[in-house]
Design a protein around this ligand. Structure first.
Ligand SMILES: Nc1ncnc2c1ncn2[C@@H]1O[C@H](COP(=O)(O)OP(=O)(O)OP(=O)(O)O)[C@@H](O)[C@H]1O
Ligand SMILES: [Mg+2]
Length: 255
């Protein structure tokens, strides 16, 4: 299972000068097991904050989040996270980056390496197992980060603009690889993006956030059959709708 229930979640931050930032304002969202959700919204509207709360790295000021009806109290192996920035350990080789989550859970070294290799194969990087992060391209680093997030076979994959920093061609390829993994393992995915094109290509539903304080403005069902064709008329219509909803919020955020 991998059902996520977000109920009345607020998150306020107090800045050093004492002012209060309302990052999240009454977020309610039910994510079904195996659903692919994209979250899109203007910069600073609380997307990363929400994902960090889902990962158990931060906590709501009020409200609750449950995974399969159990409240989230901290990080756990049922949730894998891929961050916005490359977040590999530079001092560890590729394979040792991937084994990290297994080591924490007490898997013995030999087995951990065996499992890690299978995920490196999945993301097409088994030949680079002994390399170090600084020897890899941006796209390769993100593939290692994905392998690292998958290694504990999490029910829920939390991805914060994972492909934001790679070139367009690599990004398309990574999107396809991610969909393959999602379809094969049927995980629940919450995926933050700034790209309307990416959201329409990947998501079952796209959640549009308002400018800060982040609220859910609209949820779009993307009823396009898979594998999706970015050039179809239907995809174009979906992108237009999304863009128009998002555009208003981006304008507000920059006013
Ligand atoms: N630890 C913190 N202390 C104070 N303010 C914070 C903290 N974390 C986030 N914020 C504020 O909360 C708001 C939401 O931040 P968040 O990083 O969630 O936005 P975002 O939607 O992910 O933006 P982006 O699209 O630029 O990544 C911002 O105004 C940010 O400055
Ligand atoms: Mg962010």
């Amino acid at each position: 299972m991998g059902k996520v229930t977000i109920t009345n979640v607020f998150r306020m931050f107090t800045k050093e000068d004492g002012t209060i930032v309302h990052a999240l304002d009454n977020i309610n969202l039910d994510v079904q097991n195996r659903e692919f959700i994209c979250i899109i919204g203007p910069s600073g509207c609380g997307k990363t904050t929400l994902l960090r709360i889902l990962a158990g790295l931060d906590f709501p000021s009020s409200g609750t989040i449950t995974l399969d009806d159990v409240p989230i109290k901290g990080p756990g192996p049922k949730r894998g996270m891929v961050f916005q920035e490359y977040s590999l350990f530079p001092w560890r080789s590729v394979i040792d980056n991937v084994t990290f989550g297994l080591e924490i859970c007490g898997t013995n070294k030999k087995e951990a390496r065996h499992i890690a290799m299978s995920y490196l194969e999945l993301v097409g990087l088994s030949k680079f197992a002994k390399s170090y992060p600084n020897e890899l391209s941006g796209g390769m680093k993100q593939r290692v980060a994905i392998a690292r997030a998958l290694v504990n076979d999490p029910k829920v994959l939390l991805m914060d603009e994972p492909f934001g920093a790679v070139d367009a061609q690599t990004r398309n390829r990574l999107q396809q690889e991610l969909l393959k993994i999602w379809e094969r393992d049927k995980k629940t995915v919450l995926f933050i993006t700034h790209s309307v094109d990416e959201a329409v290509f990947l998501a079952d539903r796209v959640v549009v956030f308002t400018a800060r304080p982040g609220r859910i403005k609209e949820i779009f069902d993307i009823n396009l059959k898979r594998p999706r064709d970015r050039t179809s008329v239907e995809a174009n219509i979906a992108r237009e709708k999304l863009l128009s909803s998002l555009g208003t919020e981006i304008k507000k955020a920059t006013e």
